[in-house]
Write a protein that binds this ligand. Structure first.
Ligand code: G3P
Ligand code: MG
Length: 239
């Protein structure tokens, strides 16, 4: 498995509206080689990029994402809350995100973020879309084991990562049970556990790292990559 060292978190990190095409374009402009984004289903089953289960924080909509059709989600403004320059930026569908990543040559961490009760359905939809539309580099992850299992069933050719805040004592079993090749966890996960996973040759990626000193400490401990809201802290050649 190949990881870029610095992965823009939620598209373009905190420098653009999260989980938008504008964010991906900014990440690429800054020299990022990899991006992470969150995928959830609309009411009618279209995979879209959004982090929260509700619309208020990042859009001008209201209520649950899962209650809105793709057409309704598409009409919302997902950029204005970040800044006037981004007003009108839409919630993107996964297929257009994959196309843009391919066009920009971006490595992609597709994080499956199912709304409550739609774990397997979301995983299967995302897996099917990846199988049909993605031949780029990257990894699929999720906090939801059922979502990941469903994605793997529909797209076994991809690499999968366990996504968990920490590294539990049974991390080897967790990887094996999910047929996962990598581990994504918080940057403040136990240092001894980070060292053990890295020493075993399992790629580790940590979130969310918004200063270079922490990133350097993690790289020195064997961490392969960091997710950051501040990709501008690195020069293009360093990422
Ligand atoms: O996938 C890494 C990171 O994005 C997980 O946390 O809540 O930002 O999706 P969150
Ligand atoms: Mg995420």
């Amino acid at each position: 498995m190949r990881y870029p060292r610095v992965i823009a978190h939620r598209g373009g990190g905190g420098l653009a509206p999260e989980n938008t095409l504008a964010g991906l374009r900014l990440a690429a402009r800054l020299g990022c080689k990899g991006v992470e984004f969150d995928v959830m289903l609309s009411a009618d089953g279209v995979p879209v990029l959004i982090h929260d289960e509700t619309l208020e924080r990042t859009t001008d909509g209201r209520g649950p994402v899962a209650a809105q059709s793709f057409a309704a989600l598409r009409a919302l403004d997902a950029g204005g809350r970040h800044g006037a320059a981004y007003r009108g930026e839409p919630i993107p569908a996964l297929d257009e995100v994959l196309a843009l990543c391919a066009e920009l040559g971006l490595w992609a961490n597709v994080e499956i973020k199912p709304s409550a009760g739609r774990d397997a359905e979301t995983g299967a939809v995302v897996g099917r879309m990846l199988a049909a539309r993605w031949d780029g580099d990257g990894v699929v992850s999720s906090f939801s084991a059922p979502a990941l299992a469903a994605a793997r069933e529909t797209a076994p050719q991809f690499d999968f990562a366990v996504l968990a805040d920490a590294i539990p004592a049974d991390w080897r079993q967790r990887l094996a049970a999910g047929a996962c090749r990598a581990w994504h966890c918080r940057a403040d996960a136990d240092a001894a556990a980070i060292a053990a996973v890295a020493a075993a040759g399992v790629p580790l990626a940590c979130y969310t790292v918004n200063d270079r000193a922490t990133a350097e400490r993690l790289f020195a401990a064997g961490v392969a990559a960091v997710f950051t809201d501040r990709p501008d802290l690195w020069a293009p050649g360093e990422m």
